[in-house]
Design a protein around this ligand. Structure first.
Ligand SMILES: Nc1ncnc2c1ncn2[C@@H]1O[C@H](COP(=O)(O)OP(=O)(O)O)[C@@H](O)[C@H]1O
Ligand SMILES: O=P(O)(O)OC[C@H](O)CO
Length: 504
């Protein structure tokens, strides 16, 4: 395909959808982005309208093509990356969702997860899936919908209903929807449902029956890089050739192809993934064992993941709820106006703590307050909460894998904050590096789609595209670091036990 040298990627994220078109060097040609509504029906519940998401996705595809001055026929392939775990059930005949999508942050299934855990607790399905039982994952969300939308279970049992994470929903629509759309997902997304067995890469029938999810609703599990089908509509004829959960796509876009390489993406939350090679490494330290990627029929690559629920969202809270800053960028100037945190620590356990604690009973705390503490110290404490949470995850990675991360590749909205990135390097004691193309999520999806369609030949070719933009090297002494880390851990302990599960 000599004249088709562009690859498009759709990144359907928690707050917005974007489409980026890349050229053959992996450089960005055009970007278009639109937000969608966040629906909060009750405290702790978070929903999205999947129909709205589909129309925003169509709009950003049109927008990116127009900005690039390209047509569908100029694209070699389309890749998909997406917010993970968010769950959609739809009617196969009408193509309409039967309910709003339940978002990964939604905690309505906490009580159901406790019930499912029984005497094994959070570990009941950990050996098979690599995941602790938590409201974060899709399986319990699907079970909740089947039990709570009137008549849905019967319709599902009659084969009328399809389940999908957002990748499946988009691929089904892109390839024709009710008119022959393909119902597939990839291993990285299927791995976040808590319904896929990590060794067989197939749906685990014993978990399906424990969660009471009928197999007929589920998509077929495919690799992350292969042609699933051909798009219709405005992208008619373009092969839909990759799907990766957004954090795994960032691993791919950051060229973390070697065992022992790691990246951290700093957005609303932060997700640090360490490539552990072709075998799943079980976690005893509060991490997730998860898929990294699988290219066509090749052996799958696994990762250890530290999922941190709140990092950038704490900066948003500081701006929107406290009103101390007017823009996220202002936090750096305010924090830089003082030498240190003045003794204050903020633990942003707004909806419990994810890795490495998985404590749904935790709630946010600010500790160490004295009359000396100013809003500038608090601004520092907000930023430091991100680097300390990351340090805890890196320590857990070492405990589980024996791998010392020697350089951390970073990306995401918070990485433009120099003070934060310096503190991150300081508390980890290793260099932190940011690539030139910071849109690593879309880039990863584009790379995978381009590999599947012959735009790029192999991982070495992709690795050669990676270029450093900025690097921060550690400057803090070990003694100061250890003392502050101790303070942070004391603050975390103070956050435990504030909330009863099931309480609104
Ligand atoms: N200069 C900054 N310093 C610290 N945090 C920032 C800064 N700019 C943006 N952020 C935070 O980064 C997040 C947005 O990053 P982004 O990668 O776009 O996130 P997502 O993909 O999760 O929506 C927001 O939570 C915001 O508060
Ligand atoms: O859409 P993001 O960037 O907030 O990512 C969400 C994660 O995939 C949740 O697991």
């Amino acid at each position: 395909m000599p004249d088709r040298k562009h690859v498009a990627a759709i990144d359907q994220g928690t707050t917005s959808s974007r489409c980026i078109i890349f050229d053959q060097d992996g450089a960005i040609v055009a970007v278009d982005q639109r937000e969608h509504r966040q629906i909060f029906p009750k405290p702790g519940w978070v929903e999205h309208d999947a129909t709205e998401i589909w129309s925003k996705v169509q709009a950003v595809v049109a927008g990116a093509l127009a900005k690039a001055g390209l047509r569908a026929s100029d694209l070699s392939a389309l890749g998909i990356t997406n917010q993970r775990e968010t769950t959609v059930l739809w009617d196969r005949a009408t193509g309409k969702p039967v309910h709003n999508a339940i978002v990964w942050q939604d905690t309505r299934t906490s009580a159901l997860c406790n019930e499912l855990g029984g005497t094994d607790g959070q570990d009941r399905f950990r050996d098979a899936t690599g995941l602790p039982l938590a409201s974060y994952f899709s399986g319990p969300k699907a079970a909740w919908l089947l039990d709570n939308v009137p008549g849905l279970r019967q319709r599902a049992e009659r084969g009328e209903i399809a389940f999908g994470t957002i990748d499946s929903w988009l691929i089904w629509n892109l390839t024709g929807g009710t008119d022959g759309g393909v119902h597939v997902t990839d291993v990285t997304n299927a791995g976040r449902t808590m319904l896929m067995n990590l060794e067989t890469l197939q749906w685990d029938t014993s978990i399906l029956s424990a969660m009471n999810v009928p197999q007929d609703v589920l998509p077929e599990i495919k690799s992350s890089a292969e042609v699933y089908g051909t798009a219709v509509g405005q992208l008619a004829g373009v092969p839909v050739a990759s799907a990766l959960g957004d954090q795994q796509a960032a691993v791919f876009g950051q060229a973390c192809y070697d065992t022992g390489t790691a990246k951290n993406t700093y957005g609303t939350g932060s997700f640090l993934l360490l490539n552990t090679g072709n075998r799943p490494v079980p976690s005893k330290s509060g991490l997730l064992t998860t898929m990294g990627y699988q290219i066509g029929g090749e052996a799958p690559v696994y990762c250890l993941e530290g999922s941190i629920a709140i990092t950038g969202a704490l900066v948003q809270w500081f701006r929107d709820q406290l009103g101390i800053i007017r823009s996220a960028d202002e936090i750096e100037t305010l924090a830089a106006s003082v030498e240190d945190n003045g003794g204050a620590y903020i633990v942003p356990a707004f909806s419990g703590l994810f890795a490495p604690y998985w404590r749904s009973d935790a709630r946010g705390v600010i500790t160490g307050l004295t009359r000396y503490v100013t809003k500038a110290h608090l601004a520092r404490a907000v930023l430091e909460a991100t680097s300390w949470q990351t340090r805890e995850v890196v320590d857990a990675m070492y405990q589980d894998s024996g791998v010392h991360i020697t350089t951390l590749k970073v990306d995401g909205g918070m990485t433009k904050n120099n003070l934060l990135m310096q503190h991150q390097a300081d508390v980890l004691g290793v260099p932190v590096v940011r690539p030139k193309v910071s849109e690593t999520t879309c880039l990863g999806a584009a790379y995978a789609a381009g590999l599947a369609t012959g735009v790029w030949n192999d991982l070495d070719e992709l690795k050669a595209h990676w270029q450093k933009d900025a690097e921060w090297t550690p400057q803090m002494g070990a003694e100061a670091r250890d003392k502050e880390y101790g303070n942070w851990r004391k603050a975390v302990e103070r956050s435990f036990g504030w909330h009863e599960d099931g309480e609104a």
